[in-house]
Design a protein around this ligand. Sequence first.
Ligand code: DGL
Length: 270
Amino acid sequence: MMDMTTHDHAPIAVFDSGLGGLTVLAALHRRLPSESFVFFADRARVPYASLSPALITRYACESAGFLSEQTPKAAVIACNTVSAVALREVEGVLKVPVINVLHPTAAAAARVTRNKRIGVLATNATVKRNTYSVVLNELVPGVEVTSQGCPLLVPLVEEGWTEGDIPRLIVEHYLERIQTAKVDTVVLGCTHYEYFREHIQHAMGGAVSLVDTPAATADEVARHLGDSRRASDRPGRIDIYSSDISDALYRVVESLFSDHSIVTINPVSS
Ligand code: DGL
């Protein structure tokens, strides 16, 4: 099929502070293989969650500004921390529809829970904002939300250290309160935590559902695009920009994308 308009042809912008957002990008590419994506990881300044809300907002708006220059048709905030702290400000910078990871994730959790007890693993900045709790309470009146900050997990991912006993023990430590709360659903409320999905599922047991943020976000983006989907039977391009390039970035990209010929990795200063 032929491409219809230049607008349809425009890429979808996606950004995160680091490697976590790539799990969302991979799900977007699986769900919308004809679309082109431009991704920015602000790895020079990760983790955002240890910064003040003012600085998180400034960095997020700068990332959004860079992506805005690529004239996307839509944008995805693949970072829960930015979604919780700086959503309105980022929407103000990007003059296109903006989909964030937090709301589709909360909606998916609301659909899944049966006992109305939901655990949220997130960065301390996201936990402090209480956004998951507020949104989940709107969707599931009477829901009991147990939130846990996990500050060591983002640095471990950026270091490329997600396997083995040490990450497993750290994950188990962070899960203690959530296990006691008898939740039936767990939200991985930071896109970096996707890399610990197996450890988390193993520690929580098979009866507990882990919400799939990348898939829920990709579904939401597909719904939003409607008629402005790119109609082509050829795969779209994936241009990845990062404010710091390292082996961990190459390794993650290699493991997440099978067709490397459509992917480029480019340095950019932040
Ligand atoms: N992936 C980001 C999130 O979803 C990590 C935030 C950070 O850099 O601290 O919250």
